[in-house]
Design a protein around this ligand. Structure first.
Ligand code: KG4
Ligand code: ZN
Length: 346
């Protein structure tokens, strides 16, 4: 059977990533996956600074690609194509990746495939679990939050998503407001395990509205208000206050994601898919409370649940190489996708 080996390149946010993935006997295998994180560069600014990100990608792309090839013990001559994220994302980083990939393609003669970053996330369960189409995907990270039905490598049906912030962003802002380190997700989750989720009651936005749209920006305002009320009453926050605020916040995010997942699943099940599955991906899928909540929901509805391992849930280039393989297999490679674009809905 057909064997294909692709290099993937990803630079749309704050991770410079390169990976080699091989399709063999109908199965995908990650031969190498390098992720150079920029977290430390941005730490002092409390968020990703696009200009710093772009410059760091430019510095790290070539060494990351060389490391990925070395780790796979392969050279360019062993590859069938190069896949690169062409959007959506911070445009400076996307341009750096696309131009680097174009240069490599020109020098090696390897075909070049432009990949949508969101398609990369959404197709990952097919790489890790061999999941068959169709399936419902909840993509939930620092930059994205949406429900998608994956019908094929090129057809994704959006059922709804956030109308403002992504949940990961809300976790990060919460950490910042409470003096916890970045990225905020793991720090807030850790504090929440010791906190009382009932003491502070945060809003569950848009639950009264039909459909699967979500909103998370009001949560950080509510958190800020609760924090400041505590500070003006008591002159400061105790560790218990902080843990309780984290627990209350996390509970609100979890409740919204679970209720909206229930509605997305109801819509999806009306299509009567043969083996209904909910897959989650994105950094927030690492959150144990959210993950187990989703798992319990799926159990109660007779729906299978799957989440890729964390290193393939968060931004990486293996998902981009895999999406490139999927596009080749579907004979859906489109030269028009080789233009870097900040916005690119699926
Ligand atoms: O997928 P990702 O690496 O990057 C993109 O945003 O595309 O996701 C990073 C986000 C950050 O906002 C981080 O705070 C959040 O995922 N995150 C978590 C957890 N681990 C990471 N959020 C909640 N709980 C966690 N355990
Ligand atoms: Zn992402």
């Amino acid at each position: 059977t057909l064997t294909r080996t692709l290099l993937g390149i990803e630079s749309s946010c704050d991770d410079t990533a390169a990976a080699v993935v091989r399709l063999k006997d109908g199965k995908g295998r990650v031969l190498s996956s390098i992720v150079a994180s920029q977290t430390e560069l941005h730490a002092a600014f409390g968020g990703v600074v696009p200009e710093i990100a772009a410059r760091a990608h430019t510095e790290k792309l070539d060494t990351s690609i060389q490391s990925a090839l070395d780790a796979a013990q392969l050279g360019f001559g062993d590859l069938d194509a190069i896949a690169v994220t062409a959007g959506p994302g911070l445009i400076g980083g996307v341009v750096a990746g696309v131009m680097c990939a174009k240069g490599l393609s020109a020098a090696t003669g390897l075909p070049l495939i432009g990949v949508n970053h969101l398609a990369g996330h959404a197709l990952t369960p097919r790489l890790t679990d061999g999941l068959a189409f169709p399936y419902l995907m909840l993509l939930v990270s620092g930059g994205h939050c949406q429900f998608l039905i994956a019908h094929s490598a090129t057809r994704f049906e959006r059922l709804g998503g956030t109308i403002d912030d992504a949940p990961g962003e809300a976790f990060d802002k919460t950490a910042k407001l409470l003096g916890l380190p970045q990225p905020g997700g793991p720090a807030v989750e850790d504090a929440a395990t010791r906190g009382d989720p009932e003491r502070f009651r945060f809003p569950r936005p848009l639950l009264d509205r039909a459909g699967c749209d979500m909103s998370f920006s009001g949560l950080k305002t509510a958190l800020l208000r609760a924090r400041d009320a505590r500070i003006s009453d008591c002159g400061g926050l105790t560790v218990t206050d902080r843990d309780d605020l984290c627990a209350g916040f996390q509970r609100a995010v979890r409740d919204v994601l679970i209720e909206k997942s229930r509605r997305a699943l109801q819509q999806y099940l009306e299509m009567s898919p043969a083996a209904p599955t909910l897959a989650v991906a994105g950094g927030v899928a690492a959150n144990t409370a959210i993950r187990t909540g989703l798992e319990t929901l799926c159990d109660s509805l007779g729906v299978a649940f799957t989440a890729p391992p964390l290193r393939l849930c968060t931004d990486n280039a293996a998902m981009i190489a895999w999406a490139g393989i999927e596009l080749l297999t579907a004979q859906a490679v489109d030269p028009a996708t080789l233009t870097a674009r900040p916005r690119w809905p699926l």
